[in-house]
Design a protein around this ligand. Structure first.
Ligand code: ADP
Length: 468
């Protein structure tokens, strides 16, 4: 009795919680990657605990707006879109400046169609197929009412988690990955809501902690030019997974590859790429176009930073608004200025009215011709001449951290000697290599769900191997 009291007193003094839990798999992070992993490995017969450090689930996945890219899907076939996995692969490599890990890209581009079918089987509405930047064909699958894809994916995965009674511990931050003497992962240390640290013993751990876009110190460490940038990320995107993985002996790749999204409001609210895809254009503070709006994010961001004041306006008309609920929400949120004429809009934007009117007239003419002689934009779905007109002030903000934990095609985490760390898997934005030097819109969701599922399958295969 004396001994127990002493042990508890000691544990209390050290801030250590006496509780030790046991499970087969611990999944760290409750975004799209984490929940895809948890549902998959649960369905293969494993007991799972999901840890989420924030009070809410979903991380950056909640904020994903555009779509989930996939080629050769049922939806594309029905719409007569002649896309192929090979085209998806080459668009992704080209978009990533060819520094992507081609083996990982092959996996995502081949299996994304299964991810879309899997989400659909779980109840997701991914019926509409739209265009995102850098894609040769329409392959961004999204809800049929034009609402954002991330909440649809989270809603679907959360229902699957609830239906299966998978345990999700919120306000629970993984603070250390535990290994045995042989170097195999055997659990995690967790800091609970009360600040006390306890242990969960497990046979495998999946890191699905997302990126580090909201940690400007970490961002600046790897890319000093982004010092002081706003971010579109949720507050929990602080790169814990990078710190945890490094301590567990993992190697990292492409850490300096950090993407700025060209259309964030000064407060960091993301205006989805799909608004441009659906027809909007960009003009500068002089009311003039300055770029092909559908170029990759890095190029459009750089072009924007060359404009006076380093910002732009994204401009669209009523028919564009009608294409998506998401766009209507931006208007309801009060992000846009509005005008019944371009003169009126120009006044509210504080740009020269004659210049804006001339820019919009010229664009309508080019759209009618079907050829953008000024900037080479391939797809001009709208003439932008039907009032009311809308504009939102935008600038580049840190959006996606392409680099991260080094994984192989089985989502095994690779150590500094090039060997898998037994029992440690990773998926989603915490990993590096899939997106290379630039992530295409719609590819994050393809990556997180596909590698989320693979990490769940690999954790299962690893556990089954342990008992052989
Ligand atoms: P992905 O798109 O890769 O799934 P998300 O950003 O959507 O990434 O989700 C990652 C989740 O992981 C976020 O909800 C984040 O709060 C959570 N997270 C990050 N670090 C930790 C940690 N140390 N412990 C538990 N959860 C974490």
């Amino acid at each position: 009795m004396k001994k127990l009291v002493l042990a508890l007193a000691l544990a209390g003094a050290l801030g250590v919680h006496a509780e030790t839990l046991k499970t087969d798999v611990v999944v760290i992070g409750s975004g799209g990657a984490g929940l895809s992993s948890a549902v998959t490995t649960h369905d293969l017969g494993n007991q799972v605990i999901v840890l989420e450090k924030m009070g809410i689930i979903g991380g950056n996945t909640n904020r994903a707006e555009g779509g989930i890219n996939a080629a050769e899907t049922q939806q594309q076939k029905e719409a007569g879109i002649p896309d192929t996995v090979d085209q998806f692969f080459s668009d992704t490599m080209k978009g990533g400046h060819d520094i992507n890990d081609a083996r990982l890209v092959r996996v995502v581009t081949t299996k994304a169609k299964d991810s879309v079918a899997w989400l659909t089987s779980l109840g997701a509405d991914l019926k509409t197929v739209g265009r995102a930047g850098g894609a040769k064909f329409n392959r961004a699958h999204r809800p049929s009412d034009g609402s954002a894809v991330g909440p649809e994916i989270m809603k679907t995965l959360w229902k699957a988690v609830k239906d299966r009674n998978i345990e999700v511990r919120r306000n629970s931050q993984a603070v250390e990955i535990l290994k045995n003497k042989k170097g195999a992962v055997v659990g995690v240390k967790v800091k609970g809501k009360d600040g006390k640290v306890y242990t969960i013993e497990s046979k495998a751990v999946v890191l699905a902690t997302g990126g580090f876009g909201a940690n400007n110190a970490m961002v600046t460490k790897y890319k000093p030019s982004l010092k002081g940038y706003a971010t579109t990320n949720h507050a929990g995107a602080t790169g814990d997974g990078i710190t945890l993985a490094l301590k567990a002996g993992a190697s990292l790749v492409d850490m300096d590859q950090i993407q700025a999204h060209p259309t964030a409001t000064p407060d960091g609210v993301l205006i989805s790429e799909s608004v441009r895809g659906d027809g909007a254009i960009l003009v500068n503070s002089q009311g003039k176009r300055f770029t092909n709006e559908l170029l990759t994010r890095d190029v459009v961001s750089n072009n924007e930073l060359k404009q006076p004041g380093r910002f732009a306006w994204i401009v669209w008309d009523e028919p564009v608004t009608k294409t998506a609920k998401l766009i209507q929400e931006y208007i309801h949120m009060g992000l846009a200025v509005t005008g019944n004429t371009y003169e009126e809009l120009a006044q509210k934007m504080n740009v020269p009215a004659d210049a804006l009117v001339a820019t919009m007239k010229r664009y309508s003419e080019l759209q009618a011709k079907g050829k953008d002689e000024d900037f080479g934009r391939a797809d001009m779905p709208q003439a932008l001449k039907t009032a009311p007109f809308y504009a939102v002030k935008v600038q580049p903000a840190v959006h996606h951290t392409m680099g991260g934990v080094h994984i192989d095609t089985k989502a095994e985490v690779i150590d500094t000697k090039g060997q898998p760390i037994p029992g440690l898997f990773a998926a989603g934005e915490v990993t590096g290599g899939v997106h290379g030097g630039n992530r295409l819109g719609g590819n994050a969701q393809a990556d997180i769900v596909t590698f989320g599922r693979i990490s769940g399958q690999s954790a299962d295969a690893y556990i089954k191997g342990l008992t052989k």
